[in-house]
Design a protein around this ligand. Structure first.
Ligand code: UDP
Ligand code: MG
Length: 313
């Protein structure tokens, strides 16, 4: 029988923790009585430096229930770093770890099937959303565009998969070999390989509390995803430069011909437009290169990706 750990990142989640705990414990009891997971299996809440009562609630839940553990990060570092820290801390305690958001928007009934696939020999099982009917139009539109852009940019991601997945200890050990500090987990995990599968589920609405992913954070994650996974934007800019240079050449020849044919030069507008267009393009190009340079800078620093404050176990 396998020991399953659940890694649940929590940032200011005091509104959902009680309810989440009731549902997760029920699921665990069921899986344990069905002899699908061992009695050593645990649910681990990972506090990402919350400013509300999240850690107090986690500590109290841990006191009251042997199945619940708490991991406290030293400060707020964001969802990706927190989850990574959790996975790396828990991999030595379990046969497999499933990551899931604290609001349980991802259907916990998919866990059964993930465990079944683990027994069938899968090292990674991706939870994939069937449809996004419960998301607002805006969230659905932005999220789907994000996957499409990422794919076009050469990132290998599983469509409609966020961070609800099972990873075996073997997969996590392999994942620990990825040393980058710019984390975009759902793009990195597929690089691990091994036998993998997907499980479909319906995404539910957040029961309480607010989304901790406002538009600014979503855009930041999308940008992180694109620039951490591919160098295509830099290449595209190079090609843009070449094309514009060729166009300028053709245009130059054309103006020379018209000049020798005696046509008068009148065209402040066209000069102004091209100066501004090229100026903007150059700034944009420098910006993209700067972004990658910044990433290289961060990677060379080898800063820790997470720091654990406390582990209640
Ligand atoms: N989260 C975190 N650190 C942060 C922001 C979010 O650990 O800085 C956690 C949050 O507690 C939740 C998960 O990341 O468990 C996903 O956040 P949320 O459900 O708010 O995002 P959404 O479902 O709206 O995309
Ligand atoms: Mg959510």
């Amino acid at each position: 029988m396998m020991t399953l750990y659940l890694a649940v990142p929590c940032y200011n989640e005091e509104a959902v923790l009680q309810d989440t705990t009731i549902k997760l414990l029920k699921k665990y009891k069921q899986l344990i009585t069905e002899k699908k997971i061992s009695d050593e299996s645990r649910i681990v809440y990972i506090d990402d430096g919350s400013k509300d009562k999240t850690w107090e609630i986690i500590s109290a839940l841990h006191e009251a229930n042997p199945y619940i553990l708490g991991l406290k990060m030293s400060r707020n570092r964001g969802h990706q770093n927190t989850l990574y820290g959790g996975l790396m801390t828990l991999k030595d305690h379990a046969d497999a770890v499933i990551s899931i958001d604290a609001d349980l928007q991802d259907d916990i009934n998919a866990i059964d099937e993930m465990v079944d696939k683990y027994y069938q020999g899968c090292d990674i099982v991706y939870g994939v959303r069937k449809q996004r009917t419960t998301d607002t139009f805006f969230k659905r539109f932005t999220a789907e565009s994000f996957y499409k852009i990422l794919e076009a940019m050469g990132g290998e991601v599983i469509y409609n998969h966020a961070d609800f997945r099972l990873m075996s200890k073997r997969a996590l050990d392999a994942f620990a070999e990825f040393k980058e500090v710019n984390l975009f987990l759902r793009g990195m995990v597929p690089m691990v390989g091994f036998k993998s599968d997907t499980v479909e589920y319906e995404r539910l609405e957040r029961t309480a509390g607010e989304s901790k992913y406002p538009l600014t954070k979503m855009l930041a994650l999308a940008w992180q995803g694109i620039t951490s996974l591919s160098i295509k934007p830099i290449r595209m800019i190079m090609w843009l430069g070449i094309i514009i240079f060729l166009l300028a050449l053709i245009f130059g020849i054309y103006t020379l011909i018209t000049f020798f044919c005696g046509a008068t030069v009148s065209g402040w507008a066209s000069i102004f437009i091209s100066v501004w267009a090229l100026g903007g393009l150059q700034l944009f190009a420098i910006g993209v290169i700067g972004e990658y340079l910044g990433k290289v800078y961060l990677e060379t620093k080898h800063r820790p990706r997470y720091i654990v404050d406390k582990f209640l176990q």
